[in-house]
Design a protein. Structure first.
Length: 181
């Protein structure tokens, strides 16, 4: 009888482990615009769509859509990484609707704790570059503003903003979420 219970316990634990791996495989969180998402050890992220564009110098074929990702690490120093490219197949940040996926065409990083290095410069992403690895180290608050070039006929449609990032410090964690805009 003890063997039966022992065998049953092993089968149940294997089944639970397999179930948790299948369920945990898609850990993408669904959020609404402006909703804060708390990560692990004090980092929060909030995504909003801006009505004003700080990217007036960037030439577009369609309509500008600016998405702002606000980070708040509290009083702790934080490091995170993600891939940012002009290719929607490889970028960790992109807009999507039923018709297509769009990668950002330009970015502005604004982190006041960077001091003189916080130049808030508009960086136009080169579609020919495939690297795009970004590592941000900051404390307190900061933001990343992303410019998307949306075809004029789709400017009024609803989009979803998708983002994947990895926190490196204070804890090594991977996160992904989708925000309805």
């Amino acid at each position: 009888m003890k063997r039966f219970f022992f065998l049953a316990a092993i089968i149940i634990s294997v089944a639970l482990c397999a179930f948790s791996q299948v369920k945990g495989g898609d850990s993408t969180r669904q959020l609404r615009e402006g909703e804060a998402l708390q990560f692990g050890d004090g980092l929060s992220v909030r995504v909003t769509k801006s009505q004003n564009s700080q990217f007036t110098s960037v030439k577009l074929k369609g309509q500008p859509v600016v998405v702002i990702v606000d980070f708040d690490s509290g009083k702790k120093a934080t490091s995170l990484s993600y891939k940012l490219t002009a290719d929607p197949k490889s970028s960790d940040f992109y807009l999507s609707n039923a018709a297509q996926k769009l990668a950002p065409v330009a970015v502005i990083e604004d982190f006041p704790t960077w001091g003189k290095d916080n130049d808030k410069e508009v960086e136009v992403l080169d579609p020919k570059e495939s690297g795009g690895g970004v590592v941000l180290s900051f404390g307190q608050k900061g933001s990343v503003s992303l410019l998307f070039d949306v075809p004029a006929q789709q400017a009024k449609t609803a989009f979803k903003f998708s983002m994947k990032l990895r926190t490196v410090a204070p804890a090594d964690e991977q996160h992904s979420f989708v925000v309805s805009l």
